[in-house]
Write a protein that binds this ligand. Structure first.
Ligand SMILES: [Zn+2]
Length: 310
């Protein structure tokens, strides 16, 4: 593990050197260069920024939001970035701080205006009472998966818009116009999603990782529990057995498996508990035909509604 880390640090160091030698300005210099950690934030930024931005996402959509594998190619991208857009609540703790350090880009470091923490204005759920994270809990500041609530995603849209206006005030009118158009589109979708899930109020589901409390609260579903013991901690056989027994007793009809986790354990739990197993994306690109945030949410809502309908 340590050896692997050292190797990655060396790789990142040389990538940083290369970035410095190449210098800025290789991409389209007229555009605002944005690096988003995850695909949902990249999509929102494209919608607000339109033709004025060039957006890259570190994740492709299938990764663990807490552990996007670091690639040396990320360093020159970040070195040239005007903005870095992130989830916050320490969601990206395992990869972003090291990449930002290697980027040698003072504009996008923590605390700078071009470090765009989209959680600003979001009230986190499930903030731990204890500050002892020795057991490896990956949600130290509360649950960071607010993007699965499309109403809270509107806060991220606003944070992105504010940052773009700050970096290019001459384009403020364009950004606010794009923001308003996207929010109107999203509002119409939210009304549709509410209607799609309205017949299933109170329906229970479990998932591998604690991605879904915000989603469940928004749409009147009951988030029953996780296959993981705690966020980032694998289940024990005892926990799995207890979960199956209580799911059976409470008639929990759905097990959600996020794309980054293997199917074996969720499939076993679904089978033993008599539930359906659904593979659902946690960001655009997690499953085919979910390339935008709206397409991703469409897929999630319709897959759950279809499973509960039968
Ligand atoms: Zn998490």
């Amino acid at each position: 593990m340590l050896k692997g880390n050292l190797k990655m640090k060396t790789k990142l160091f040389f990538a940083a050197l290369l970035a410095l030698m190449l210098g800025a300005g290789q991409a389209d210099a007229a555009k605002i260069r944005v690096v988003a950690t995850l695909t949902d934030l990249a999509d929102l930024t494209r919608n607000v920024g339109g033709d004025l931005v060039e957006v890259r996402s570190l994740a492709t959509g299938i990764e663990d939001t807490h552990g996007v594998p670091m690639r040396p190619s990320f360093v020159p991208l970040l070195n040239r970035a005007d903005l870095v857009v992130l989830v916050g609540f320490d969601c990206e703790h395992a990869f972003l701080p090291a990449l930002l350090e290697a980027s040698k880009n003072p504009r996008i470091q923590l605390g700078r205006p071009n470090y765009v923490d989209c959680s600003k204005g979001v009230t986190p759920r499930d903030v731990p009472k204890s500050t002892d994270h020795s057991e490896g809990d990956v949600h130290p500041y509360g649950n960071p998966h607010y993007m699965l609530d499309p109403v809270l995603a509107k806060i991220a849209v606003q944070n992105i818009c504010d940052a773009l206006v700050a970096v290019a005030p001459e384009h403020a009118a364009d950004f606010t116009k794009n923001r308003d158009a996207y929010l109107a589109q999203l509002d119409a979708k939210i009304a549709g999603w509410q209607a799609d899930l309205a017949p299933y109020k109170g329906a229970k589901f479990v998932s591998y990782h604690e991605h879904w409390p915000y989603f469940a609260a928004r749409f009147g579903l009951v988030y029953y529990g996780t296959i993981e013991l705690k966020p980032g901690i694998d289940p024990t056989p005892h926990h799995i057995e207890n979960l199956i027994n209580s799911m059976k007793a409470d008639h929990v009809p759905i097990v959600v498996r996020e794309p980054q986790f293997p199917e074996k354990v969720p499939a076993l739990i679904a089978e033993k508990a008599g539930a359906k197993l659904l593979k659902l994306p946690i960001m655009p690109g997690g499953v085919p035909d979910t390339d935008t945030y709206i397409a991703e949410m469409d897929y999630i809502v319709h897959t759950i509604a279809d499973a509960l309908k039968q």
